[in-house]
Design a protein around this ligand. Sequence first.
Ligand SMILES: NC(=O)c1ccc[n+]([C@@H]2O[C@H](COP(=O)([O-])OP(=O)(O)OC[C@H]3O[C@@H](n4cnc5c(N)ncnc54)[C@H](O)[C@@H]3O)[C@@H](O)[C@H]2O)c1
Length: 257
Amino acid sequence: MVKDRVAIVTGAASGMGKAIAALLDREGAIVIATDKVMADGKGPLADNSPGVFVTLDVTRAEDWAEVAALAQARYGPPSILVNNAGILHFASLLETSPEQVRAIMDVNFMGAFLGIRTIAPFMVRERRGAIVNICSIDATKATNGVAAYASSKWALRGLTKAAAMELGPLGIRVNAVHPGGISTPMVRDGAMTDAEFDAIYHDIPLQRAGLSEEVAEAVLYLASERSSYCAGTEIVVDGGATVGTYYAQLPGYPDPR
Ligand SMILES: NC(=O)c1ccc[n+]([C@@H]2O[C@H](COP(=O)([O-])OP(=O)(O)OC[C@H]3O[C@@H](n4cnc5c(N)ncnc54)[C@H](O)[C@@H]3O)[C@@H](O)[C@H]2O)c1
C-alpha cells in the first residue's frame, strides 16, 4: 500500500525512526531516511533499496529545503512525511531553564512544523499525501519530570489537529501516533537487560515495554491508503498504559515480578 511512494522519515538513525524507515523500505516505498547525525551508507535501509540516508536537522529550514529539492529531483514529489525526530530532557519544572524549553520545542514542535511547511506544498500539488506525527502518551496526560517535553508533545498533537483541518480538503491526511514506553536509547540505559527495562512497565496491562517495530506498524497504517478515511486521529501504542493502572498485587492476578 506504500509501494513506490516517496517517504521522508526524520530521526531515522535510531530507535523508532530507524524501524519506521526500515518498514516503509521493506514495503516498497522510496524512503529518504534522515537524521541530524552525519548520514552515510544506507543507514536503516536495505543495501539494494532505492532510497537514501541523508543529513537533516529538523530545526534548520535550509536542511528541509535541501531534502525537498533532493526528493523532487531524484524521485518525484514526496507523498509521505513522518515527523519522528525528538529529544527528551528530564528535569523538574522548577529546575527547567527557558533555554531547555526552547531547545525541546525547537526540535519536537518546530521541527515538525518546518517539515509540514516545506513538504506539504509538494503534496498539495498532487492532491495526495499522508503526514504522521510521532507524539507521545505524554501528549494525552501529564507526568512529573517531563514538563518541557510533555508541553512540546501537546503542541505537536495540536498541530496535528490543525494541520488535519487545513490540509484534509487539499487531499492530505495528517494523523498522530502516541507511543508509550518503547525500548530505545532515548529512555533506556544501554546497560539495562530487557527484563530490567520491562520491569518498569509491570503495572500496565501488557506488563512490558514496547518495541520500535510495534510502533512502526501503526505508522505504516496511517501512511498507507489503508487508513484512507483517517484524518486528525491518534493511535496510541502503549501496551495499555493510558487505560489505567494494573494492580498485580491483587489476589488472583498475574504478577510478573
Ligand atoms: N522511546 C519512548 O519511550 C518514546 C515514547 C513516546 C514518544 N517517543 C518519541 O518517539 C520519537 C522517536 O524517539 P526514540 O525513542 O526512537 O528516540 P531515539 O533517541 O532513539 O531517536 C531519536 C532520533 O532523533 C534524532 N534527532 C534528535 N534531534 C534531531 C534534530 N534536531 N534533527 C533531526 N534528528 C534529530 C536523533 O539523532 C535520534 O537518531 C521521538 O519524537 C520521541 O519523543 C519516544
